[in-house]
Design a protein around this ligand. Structure first.
Ligand SMILES: Cc1cc2nc3c(=O)[nH]c(=O)nc-3n(C[C@H](O)[C@H](O)[C@H](O)COP(=O)(O)OP(=O)(O)OC[C@H]3O[C@@H](n4cnc5c(N)ncnc54)[C@H](O)[C@@H]3O)c2cc1C
Length: 400
């Protein structure tokens, strides 16, 4: 039997983008529901290093564009949410480090020095006096310069949980391929046909938002979207763990003044209470074609070279491949802001970065306003969806 159901907004994808939007739309009075095919956060969000950053990396590339200014505002927006005075209440989300550092080992090219002293970065990047170095860098043999950035690091599992809890009753598990998009040729709007076991539901919504990360490619194909395509950028991430490893949060910049730090380190804690160093940056970008053994070997060499004072014996190492998913806006060019496009009543959304999720939500709200979408509510009780009631779990961190 086919039931019918209509609501204001249907969201596909339960990573940071979908969960943030679900909360934000609900607080704006909309009725929205979210469909997830796997565990919440299981794509990029739990793979991310959780750095909420002010865009120094864009500035390093020399582009202090409008987008760089958008990202510069993000740490403050997140801090407001974390203190309970922002657009979402993120109090109780664990902050792994309130500070983030950039370290240039040894010879610092004058170009970088001049750049860091430039007007656009005044007040954003501060060279630290050695007396104020965090414990990790206080070893006498440490050379180079340490900078403090406006960035900080959030614990993504606790972030996902905080965003899921208030909207849990509106999140549903669907199977891959259990949905179809039907386009009305007159209005160009889409509706969704969803099936599970013997139940079929025909959904209509004022807007359907695709924010399924890498899964957007499949959704775009299913709905035959022409406006925009998706792209992925692979990374080969490494982590190491052992008890009593010191906490470390740093970008290590080489002398070559490259856009990507040669190593980006964040620290986490696994379920056994061991410290995990999670390694990204140039190591992850350059290691995509390497085998696991070769990538771990490369990471070990780099860690030994950069931090010779740290004992990494008896350490467990691992690596995994993961794709960054973005809009393909200009022939594989890396987007530097959140991206939203519309086709019919579908909104295609990529935050580009965890950091930029508030900007993504602004863009979605703007798209709703420019189409004069106002809250209308659900046509039926959520009971109609009871077959899909299975709530997706929160995914585990990669090192658990
Ligand atoms: C290794 C790595 C490190 C990163 N570090 C940082 C960082 O430190 N700071 C930062 O700002 N950004 C970082 N990023 C980028 C950031 O993680 C992403 O931009 C962000 O998490 C994207 O969130 P999302 O919700 O769009 O996608 P995802 O987190 O990928 O979530 C998509 C969700 O959609 C679900 N899904 C897939 N297909 C379907 C479907 N058909 N129907 C329903 N659901 C579906 C998936 O199961 C998943 O739960 C990093 C990314 C990577 C890969």
């Amino acid at each position: 039997m086919t039931s019918r159901y209509s609501t204001d907004i249907v969201i596909f994808g339960g990573g940071i983008a979908g969960l943030w939007l679900l909360n934000r739309l609900q607080s704006d009075g909309f009725h929205a529901i979210l469909f997830e095919t796997r565990a919440l956060g299981s794509g990029q969000t739990l793979a991310s290093q959780g750095i909420i950053h002010g865009g120094l990396k864009y500035a390093l590339s020399g582009s202090v564009s409008g987008a760089a200014n958008v990202i510069a505002d993000m740490p403050q927006r997140w801090r407001q949410c974390l203190s309970g005075s922002g657009e979402l209440d993120l109090r109780d989300v664990a902050v792994l480090s309130d500070q983030y550092y950039m370290w240039s080992d040894g010879s610092l090219r004058s170009k970088l020095k001049t750049f860091l002293g430039s007007k656009s970065l005044v007040g954003r990047v501060e060279a630290l006096d050695q007396n104020n170095y965090p414990t990790f860098f206080q070893d006498n043999s440490v050379d180079g310069t340490l900078y403090q950035l406006p960035d900080f690091v959030v614990d993504t599992p606790s972030l996902l949980q905080k965003l899921r809890d208030p909207v849990q009753s509106r999140i549903f598990q669907i199977d891959d391929g259990a949905y179809q998009f039907k386009k009305d040729e007159v209005s160009s709007n889409y509706r969704i046909e969803l099936s599970k076991n013997e139940t079929e539901i025909e959904f209509s919504a004022n807007k359907i938002i695709f924010c399924a990360g890498e899964g957007n490619a499949e959704l775009i194909e299913q709905a035959s979207i022409k406006t925009i395509s998706a792209q992925v950028r692979p990374l080969h991430m490494v982590y190491l763990k052992k008890p009593n490893l010191p906490q470390l949060f740093v970008h290590c910049i080489g002398d070559d003044f490259s856009l990507t730090p040669k190593l980006t380190v964040t620290s986490h804690t696994d379920l056994q209470g061991q410290t995990v160093w999670y390694l990204g940056g140039d190591l992850a970008e350059q290691g995509v074609s390497k085998s696991k053994a070769d990538q771990i070997e490369a990471a070990q060499q780099l860690v030994k070279k950069l931090f010779p004072w740290i004992d990494i014996s008896a350490t467990e190492w691992n690596s995994f491949l993961i794709n960054r998913a973005e809009a393909n806006i200009n022939n594989n060019y890396r987007p530097d802001d959140a991206y939203v496009a519309t086709e019919g009543n579908i909104i295609l959304a990529w935050p580009t970065k965890l950091t930029l999720t508030p900007s993504l939500a602004d863009k979605v709200i703007n798209a709703l306003q420019s189409d004069s979408v106002t809250p209308a509510g659900d046509s039926e009780s959520l009971q109609v969806l009871s077959e899909f009631r299975v709530e997706p779990d929160l995914a585990n961190a990669y090192w658990d």
